[in-house]
Design a protein around this ligand. Sequence first.
Ligand SMILES: *Cc1c(COP(=O)(O)O)cnc(C)c1O
Length: 429
Amino acid sequence: MTEDELIALDKQHCWHPFTVQQEWCAEQFRPIILESGSGVWLQDTAGQRYLDLNSSIWTNIHGHAHPYINAALQNQMQQLAHSSFLGYSNVPAIKLAAKLVSYFAPNTLSRVFFSDDGSTAVECALRMCLQYWQQSGQPERNVFVAFDNCYHGDTLGAAGLGGVSTFFKRLKSWGFECVHVKDLQELRTLEASVCQRVAALVIEPVVQGVNQMHVWSKDTLPQIDAWAKAAGCKLIYDEVMSGFGRSGYMFGCLESGVLPDFLCLAKGLSGGYLPLAATLCREEIYAAFLGKREELKTFFYGHSFTANPLGCSAALANLELFEIQNTLQNVQQRAAQLAGGIELLRRRYAELIVDWRQLGLIGGLQLCSSEQSGANGRAMCELLMQQGLATRPVMDTIVIMPPLCISAAEMQFVLQGLEQALEAFARQS
Ligand SMILES: *Cc1c(COP(=O)(O)O)cnc(C)c1O
């Protein structure tokens, strides 16, 4: 099929996420169709190469078509592509559960429940938490507390927590009760009558990605933990984006040492290869679900592809590569290189760049806003595309989140492309 034919069929039959379809399908718009990838690079059907500067929507870890992960998948594919985790177990899932638990102190996060996406990882935590309280003599605890501008996914339950009004306003009355707070200060003003009904506080513990890469201050988690203990509620951390080395730590929460009752993981879990998610919880939570069949304490939840063997074998290979390739050290070095380069650009383009937020290889470059907020972000990303840098804006913040395997030379390519694009942007505006 020619590229023109593919584009015509896409416009005729595909429906893209979070997309203004009317613009996408307009005659003059030519969508990019990606065909192959290698390391940090993506290639489209026209043969153009782009550096994957948002890690394929925040998922990719060690690059595309990594020979080690490919080999693990090929090997697993010869054995078994899928089987049911309901009624059976499978080899890669068992190994992966044990490996995930090993990152945390003994007797903390010791149980793993698999699902498919970040949203379902969060959904599981919510459902487990509600049922936990029902089975622990406090069924009135059925309210969740979340932060303004938080993002926890798009299934109805996860979206019920969502704090970004453009996305979630219309869902407000669906599902469960969720109280949103602006910050820690507002959290502390919650009335005792509310606190007594809180099932859990849900937080992206180190950085709120969709909130234009808002980085929490270092003392946030200890304070959150103290509040939750006082309120008697549980803590759910959503490290769907920040997990697996991106923050500079294997998991962002390991820096503070304040562990939650539930930890939600997805995106980078399989190295960004396949949809796979995990909800980790404490043994105390799990214990509340033990009982005789007729007591109906079972967690009645699951998906057809729960603990998919291919996804789990990609995840195991992904985790092994962290050790083989010394990935966290590369993150440190490339993060420092990025910070230094951005510092120079901020000085040169002080009127254009309003702010820079960074944690490890999670970066948000906030540009000045026009009246039509978001327009500058989109314009800048088009200029970056011309420099061979593929990323997306969140409003007027440019996401700078390359795969963790990025080399020094490739990071230099990013910084040079950014400079060229900023120069062109300055000339335009
Ligand atoms: C992407 C994301 C989700 C949702 O994950 P999906 O795999 O897209 O369902 C949830 N929480 C955070 C913090 C995310 O970045």
